[in-house]
Design a protein around this ligand. Structure first.
Ligand SMILES: Nc1ncnc2c1ncn2[C@@H]1O[C@H](COP(=O)(O)OP(=O)(O)O)[C@@H](O)[C@H]1O
Ligand SMILES: [Mg+2]
Length: 201
């Protein structure tokens, strides 16, 4: 059965689609990967033609996702909460929650985390992690923010993704791995490793 990684956060503009795409590209050399756009106005589905080597699918029915014949399915989700998200979490092995590091961004993450916890009560093998995204280079995050995030009870991943022009461009080019930005490549690779370790733990 395919492992399912879902990227979710009810806020738009936090980097869900960008991460889903780059993670899929990162795994595609080792695994049979499908990237599923569960957003009907999905941005990912629109770049399909730019990534001929990657299976980019849309899915209106959650049941389709669990029956896909791939090793790994990465699901990008729309910027709102819905019942569909509950069903999706029930099927997932890992939910990745990207957030920016501002106070209001971090507070907003709680409703997505609540849904994940609701699902974890039934789906006991579901793991989840918060990943900080678009961190200003050299500034890091404040102690207050990291303490606040840690108080939410969902693990904060060690990898932080910084605000990088190469990442903005990655969805128009062939992904971050093909760029010359070594630091960005390192971040995405380390994020992918952290997720894999969590799923197999
Ligand atoms: N780490 C990053 N550095 C710079 N730009 C980023 C980064 N992550 C995402 N972006 C940009 O931010 C915008 C929103 O990202 P997107 O993936 O569409 O978010 P979401 O899917 O959560 O709405 C896009 O223009 C994207 O290119
Ligand atoms: Mg998106």
């Amino acid at each position: 059965m395919a492992k399912i990684i879902t990227v979710a956060h009810q806020k738009g503009g936090v980097g869900k689609s960008t991460m889903a795409l780059n993670l899929a590209l990162c795994f595609q050399d080792q695994l049979r990967v499908a990237l599923v756009d569960s957003d009907l106005q999905g941005s990912i589905y629109h770049v399909k033609d730019d990534f001929p080597g990657l299976a980019i699918l849309t899915s209106e029915r959650i049941s389709d996702i669990s029956s896909l014949d791939y090793d790994l399915v990465i699901v990008d989700t729309p910027p709102y909460l819905s019942n569909k998200l509950n069903d999706l979490f029930d099927l997932s092995d890992f939910v990745l929650v990207p957030t920016k590091a501002g106070f209001f961004d971090v507070m907003a993450v709680r409703s997505t985390l609540a849904l994940i916890k609701f699902s974890q009560a039934k789906n006991t093998h579901l793991k989840a992690g918060i990943v900080l995204n678009m961190i200003k280079p050299r500034s890091g995050i404040t102690k207050d923010i990291s303490q606040l995030l840690q108080s939410f009870g969902t693990p904060l991943l060690k990898t932080m993704v910084h605000d990088r022009v190469s990442i903005t461009r990655s969805s128009m080019t062939s992904g971050i791995l093909k760029s010359t930005d070594v630091k960005a490549i390192e971040e995405i690779t380390s994020l992918a490793e952290e997720i894999v370790n969590q799923i197999s733990a």
